[in-house]
Ligand binder design. Structure first.
Ligand SMILES: NC(=O)c1ccc[n+]([C@@H]2O[C@H](COP(=O)([O-])OP(=O)(O)OC[C@H]3O[C@@H](n4cnc5c(N)ncnc54)[C@H](O)[C@@H]3O)[C@@H](O)[C@H]2O)c1
Length: 317
């Protein structure tokens, strides 16, 4: 089995590759990215520097792949700040990749990483897989357009598409990124490493979160689903947990003490607040759970996972 992952140098792409490399049936994992990808000692890993806005690069990514995971994207804050790059990467890049998959004629399974950002107010109390999309950001609009493209390329039989709408993934290691939701990880990650972090929203804000482990397991699961299991509804809202910012800070305090929680400063950022407040935080994920997608047990486990992963990644001695 040959896997291609776009955005293979990113946060979730690299972890997803690790999940597949643990599977003996995988012959090749192609990591395609416009940026650098961390080297791998596994001979099945191939790195391809590819900018998906170039159709020839998209063709090289799709060539020979049985499973294509389309994770490459310009994230929410950047897509809002630079409309043109968001449109080019998130729409033209997605279309180029779908066209390349179509031209290959192999009808690959095509997993598209979409987002809760496709939803916006007025929101119902609980979101289901049938709730209409109403994005309030360019990123959300671009993801919604990508979803429709995947659905139509699937209807035409060009790919076997599966659209996984991810919650906000937390805790993301490393440095803050250009996502409007970057603070969600920042208010846990930075205080745990002794640094201050700025929270740009009020503590009552509810968020819909997933751990990286659950997100990656669910992206892989989307590909493994038997063809036809999604019926005509190829889009699934992945399971998550509903947490307020206040509950996140309490969990941090319980696990790392009051001095860690004291490193969070509050400074409202209207631009960030407007985007993240438009995202829903309550979902009925009965269909996803019935299909075998997994959910995290609670927010403390997200923090514990992060601490354990950081410790495992730290060189000994
Ligand atoms: N992490 C989250 O909280 C979250 C939540 C919802 C949805 N998603 C979606 O999941 C996917 C993966 O998220 P992530 O957190 O790993 O993002 P990330 O930013 O870490 O990775 C995205 C990768 O795409 C690459 N990329 C950007 N433009 C490209 C181009 N033109 N051609 C090829 N590669 C390009 C970037 O270099 C980057 O390595 C994205 O599509 C994102 O929108 C993520």
């Amino acid at each position: 089995m040959r896997i291609a992952i776009t955005g293979g140098g990113g946060f979730l792409g690299g972890r997803l590759a690790g999940q597949f490399l643990a599977n003996g049936h995988v012959e090749r994992v192609l990591l395609a990215d416009v940026a650098d990808v961390a080297p791998s000692a596994d001979p099945r890993v191939v790195f391809l520097r590819a900018d998906l806005t170039d159709p020839a690069a998209a063709a090289a990514v799709a060539e020979g792949a049985d499973f294509i995971f389309h994770l490459a994207a310009v994230v929410s804050g950047q897509a809002e700040a630079d409309f043109d790059i968001g449109m080019r990467v998130n729409i033209d890049g997605t279309r180029n990749l779908l066209e390349a998959a179509r031209a290959g004629g192999r009808r690959p399974r095509f997993v598209f990483a979409s987002s809760l950002a496709v939803f916006g107010p007025p929101l119902p109390n609980v979101i289901t897989d049938d709730t209409a999309v109403r994005p309030q950001s360019s990123y959300g609009a671009q993801k919604a357009i990508g979803e429709l493209l995947v659905a139509d390329y699937s209807r035409k039989g060009f790919v076997d598409g599966r659209v996984a709408r991810l919650p906000t993934v937390c805790v993301r290691p490393g440095r803050p990124n250009a996502a409007a939701s970057s603070f969600v990880s920042g208010i846990i990650r930075e205080p745990l490493s002794g640094q201050e972090s700025v929270c740009p929203v009020g503590t009552a804000l509810e968020l819909w979160l997933s751990s990286p482990r659950a997100a990656v397991a669910n992206l892989a699961h989307a590909a493994w689903l038997v063809p036809g299991s999604l019926g005509e509804r190829r889009t699934v809202n992945l399971p998550g947990i509903t947490v307020t910012v206040a509950e996140m800070i309490s969990a941090l305090e319980r696990l790392a003490g009051p001095e860690a929680a004291g490193r969070i400063r509050f400074r409202e950022d209207p631009a960030i607040s407007r985007i993240v407040s438009s995202w829903p935080a309550r979902f009925d994920v009965g269909r996803a759970v019935g299909l075998g997608f997994v959910r995290d047990p609670g927010f403390e486990s997200l923090v514990r996972d992060f601490v354990a992963d950081q410790a495992a990644a730290r060189p000994l001695g």
